[in-house]
Design a protein. Sequence first.
Length: 761
Amino acid sequence: MNPRTFLAAFLITIFSVNGLAQSKERIFYSSFSPQDWDIYLSKDSGKSFGKFTDHPSLDYDAVINPDGKWIVFTSERSGIPQLYIKPVDGDIPPRLLVKSNSFQDQAAFSPDGTQMAFVASHEGNSEIYIIPFLPDSLQDVSNAKNLTKNPGGDFRPAFSPDGKHIAFSSDRGHKIVPHPQFPFARQRIGDIYSMNIMGEQLKRLTDSDSWDGSPVWKEDGSKIIFYSARNGDPAIFEMNSDGSDQHQVIEFDGPAVSPKFLKNGKVVFTTWKGESDFKIMQAELGTKEVTPLFSSAPDLMFNIDVHPDGLMVFHGGKYPKNQDTKGIFGFEGDVLTKGPDTISISGKPIQIFGVRRAFVAPPQLGNTLLFYDASDFQGFFDTLKPMGYSVFWLPILVILMFLAGIVSGIINRKSIPFWKYLLLCLIVILSGITVAGIFLFVDAINPMSINVIRLVMAILTLALVALGWWFYKRKTRQKSNQKAVYRVSGLYSILFFGLAVFSLLCAVFINHLVQTAIHFHQVDYVSGEKKPLFIFDKEANTNPANFGVIDSKVTHDGKALLFTTGSFRGRPHTQGDIWSYDFQTKNVSKVSDSPYNDGFADLSDDGKLVFRSGRTGNFDIYLKTNGELTNLTNDVHRDNFPAISKQGDKIVFASDRLREENEYKTMDIFMMRLQADNSWTEPEKISSGEGQNAHAHFSPDGEWVIYTTEGFGINDEQALIQPIIFSPQMYGEIVAYNIITKQRIRLTHNKWEDGTPLWLK
């Protein structure tokens, strides 16, 4: 075990033991964040480099002050991204530079070194601030001046060479739009702006339909380079300082972001080939030659800063590879994003844990186990059962029939017009696409039950057999009449009989094509030890596409694991089921009782079961008490992610019920209370701010609601964060809301997606 890993495990163990002794309550949330970033320093213009920081938490976005004596960087070692400072020379440890309880990042120095601009979120969303640079002092963030004061996100400030202006990027100029593949996720677009150092004379320099970001001034102040994704992948562009003459200056086969000028006029930038391979390149603007800046490098290298004296800093490290093992936990890296933090809510110390996985089930009372599902299959072919290889019959058939048509057309071109064979080839392609499309539609695109798939494919089989038989009889007649064209009819007959074989295979063996068993595991978040828990397979009529685990949680009493199988984007009538695994008996039982989309269940101590269901054709919130089922919402709106208090007297859920019909359907958090007559109040909105709000749950005493929100926007350029780790929605902060006092506390401050919080003892 290397020293960093040993230190992290030791700290987690110590803090866990001490924390559990002091507080019985814990908050767990999922975090889409990377791992093991440190700051690296080169003192010889990139000929060599070494670690400048070495800490289990993330260190990133380092900058060198103008006199070359200090490096300021962002570190999450306190649990929140904050600005730290360390001298270039000597062994003095880093220390906090600006004090606050919120996000700080993306520092930039004025040319004379007296001022420092940075991004912070202590007033809500990300704004750009300026503060005197006092390397020997700890300043409070209240001493910083807010230059942007805009509800949009503002990022990556850069001083002009004369120190009078600041260029930056902002998402303020565009509407937030749905992600093209994940419509529930919302995407930002950024542009470059400039202002003076008083925050005045704001000027928009770019207006693109994609991210323009990370502006850097040329030494004489006449031009600004930046990256832009307007032509596809992000690329390095240049413009005059007034925004005119925007054009791409580096042709490079790959993405390019975070540009900086070297003293010799070259431009350095960050590129990547995947989540495990980020590198820093250098480009000669005259010759257009692009080469790696370093001859050897770690797996990950990001966002270099350079100094005229040959100093260079960047952040990165080794890529934590664990996805090639069975029972993988989630994202690459350790179970927890960092050592546990203790926060205070209403004077009560509570441990808070970021878990590197979505929809993990936090532990039972008194232990340190997390429960999750994981695939033991590492690739497409691993998921296929022996009969699954039969699906390749279709492409093989299409290819062979196409080639047969071309070859036969050439051989018989004197007796049969060649266009007849060309028509055959066209029909081969179209019929193959049609049959494949029908199967994919009922099986995956609009996943139906196995019985419906069998019915559709059986009808298709009969139709194809009928076509094959018709062409076979036609071939027989044509051959008896000595017509050469019988050869074409024979090929049609073979085609449709072959397609019928594929369709029949799908109808008969639909349940024998792919592996469907779900493997549940447990992991000790202190020691990291993983163990199998149980294996669970689908019912015979359930489509494998509707059999992924999309929610899991341990019941309040710690006796059972509630989980939902279905499709996260499934429609109301798509199959979704609720299950319960009893830790003592090790039995799995089905909790839901409908063929519709049931899911996201929660259970109170007195046996009330709340869940969402699409059985009316809309997603509604249902309550099951003493065997009696009640639709609590029963309207056309989309209601989802319900939770019930431990005491059984309050229910929260997410809903788009405040949105108009032609409006983008973002979700808010609503609460209902149990009244004396056992009826429930009308839903009351308890979330605030714009954007998505979801995944609400109660504190153990039922006085707080904890949820994830988009209300604070994003904290860095979207184009810089999304390539690092899969995160279609890079927003998400955890908020706690007091039902009685209406107090709202922001619990997380970072530039990663945090979500699905659970508060438990």
